[in-house]
Design a protein around this ligand. Structure first.
Ligand code: MSP
Length: 474
């Protein structure tokens, strides 16, 4: 296999099906989409497998279903539709929308855990601790602040004592740290890696893999009084997705697993423990990006500051929303999103930026036949974008395209093409069209519709009516 012919398996978390998607879910999914589109273009259409989906079991989902008057299955079916519609409207090109209520997933999970049980990796014991339904887990002391979960400050913790099955994570900790040291898997960015080392160095305890009293879940195959702990059920989706659909095994292991830092523990330690116990190859990269706030506050229903991606799409269009979400804050860091800045940014970068650039070049081309340029050469821009994508900086990659947009706009101002003779103008136009096509080609993973429209416009020999790509907002 040559370097540029590699399989690329990319995942997002499967989101809890207890509620509709918000802009936080859209953020990770969109970044996943950018990587998927980028690698499809670079490696080949069929060499990318991009999976997102829903985490449909567990007490949190069951509670929401009960409150809404639907059965859990009806409830998650409705949520799955809402999520899928949102992702369609945001032009998310997933290859699989994974749902943990898929009966084939149940078989994979039962077989997987049954095998670990037979090999002695799982045992039964009593557990007592403070459980956070928001996180769906027993909390470690550093995750509790003033008696509440650091991530779910409004949800009271419940003290629970129950009999659980446990995975011998403590015994697996030497293999986990060896794998991390030998870079069998990589945790990014650097602060997240330090966090993972911190947890390992503190010493790992065995982790629960089952619950009692949670009916909405996959039964533990050797003990029907237990259901599989929702986190284990959910993590195994990444494996299941390569087993239950034909021709997907070749994608194992995942090349890039995206999430935010809230769920790093499960993805960078527990997940590897589960895989090492089965001698499976580990994911190549676990990337836990930052958490953003909205105008300085955590997004939450009770504060009422949740941004629905659909409202952004309605206001700014699909690519407008994609642009605003991707560039909202630095990928990898924590950040703040200010919805009031969206309009300003939309007008500056989209309406006056690329939109104006396309329409002024198109206007100059009116009634002048430009020979269509079929393929642009490999350019510095392409190399720059590739280098940013390989270092997990999709936001910087998009910014480098915007630098070119601004430069081309400036160049046209300086050239004053409107003052040129028809022949001189023709030469300039060839160069402008070449450049705008180069921009469009590189823009495809980020703003696919805009890229396609630009390519269509300038592949036409006679441009008659200058298009409006992004109407200015008042
Ligand atoms: N169901 C689990 C994941 C199981 S994966 C095996 C879960 N679901 S979740 O609905 O709570 O989604 C959490 C993820 O949503 C985060 O890790 C992140 O990808 C995304 N985000 C949710 N809110 C966000 C922000 N405010 N900021 C950044 N990412 C956000 O955990």
């Amino acid at each position: 296999m040559t370097e540029n012919k590699k399989n690329f398996y990319i995942t997002t978390p499967i989101y809890y099906a207890n509620d509709r998607p918000h802009i936080g879910h859209a953020y990770t999914t969109l970044i996943g989409d950018v990587f998927a589109r980028f690698y499809r273009k670079k490696n080949g259409e069929n060499l990318v497998f991009f999976v997102t989906g829903l985490d449909e079991h567990g007490s949190k989902v069951a509670k929401s279903a009960l409150a809404s008057g639907f059965s859990p299955q009806e409830y998650v079916d409705r949520m799955a539709e809402i999520y899928q519609t949102t992702w369609k409207d945001l032009n998310i090109s997933y290859d699989e929308f994974f749902r943990t209520t898929n009966p084939k997933h149940k078989q994979v999970v039962q077989e997987y855990l049954g095998n670990l049980f037979d090999k002695g990796y799982i045992y039964k014991a009593k557990y007592k601790g403070l459980y956070c339904v928001g996180c769906e887990k027993f909390l470690a002391s550093e995750e509790i602040k003033s008696g509440l979960c650091i991530y779910h400050q409004t949800t009271p913790l419940t003290e629970q004592e129950e009999e659980n099955y446990f995975l011998r994570l403590k015994d697996l900790s030497a293999s986990i740290s060896k794998a991390l040291k030998e870079k069998k898997y990589v945790v990014l960015p650097a602060e997240r890696l330090s966090e993972v080392w911190g947890r390992i160095e503190q010493g790992l305890n065995d982790v629960s893999i089952s619950r009692t009293g949670v009916g909405w879940g996959i039964p533990v195959p050797w003990d029907i009084n237990h259901t599989v702990y929702v986190w284990v059920d959910a993590l195994l989706n990444y494996f299941s997705a390569t087993r239950i659909y034909s021709d997907r095994e070749k994608f194992w292991p995942p090349s890039l697993q995206l999430m935010a830092k809230d769920i790093l523990w499960f993805h960078a330690i527990v997940w590897e423990g589960l895989l090492l116990a089965r001698n499976l190859e580990l994911p190549k990269v676990i990337y836990a990006h930052g958490f953003f706030t909205i105008n300085g506050l955590k997004m939450s229903k009770s504060i009422g500051n949740i941004i629905d991606p659909q409202s952004l799409i309605k206001e700014y269009g699909c690519d407008g929303a994609r642009y605003l979400i991707i560039t909202a804050f630095t990928f990898g860091n924590d950040g703040d999103i200010s919805a009031s800045k969206f309009k300003e940014k939309y007008n500056a970068d989209l309406a006056n930026g690329i939109g104006n650039l396309v329409s002024r070049i198109a206007r100059l081309c009116e009634n002048i036949a430009i020979d269509p340029i079929i393929k642009t050469q490999n350019s510095n821009l392409e190399a720059e974008i590739e280098s940013f994508m390989k270092s997990y900086r999709p936001d910087e990659a998009l910014k480098s395209i915007w630098k070119e947009v601004m430069m081309l706009n400036r160049r046209i101002d300086e050239d004053c093409p409107w003052a040129l003779s028809r022949d001189a103008l023709k030469d300039h136009l060839g160069a402008y069209v070449q450049k705008i096509l180069e921009i469009a080609n590189n823009l495809e993973p980020f703003l696919p519709n805009t890229a396609m429209r630009i390519i269509e416009i300038f592949s036409n020999r006679n441009i008659s009516k200058p298009p409006v790509l992004f109407a200015r907002k008042k």
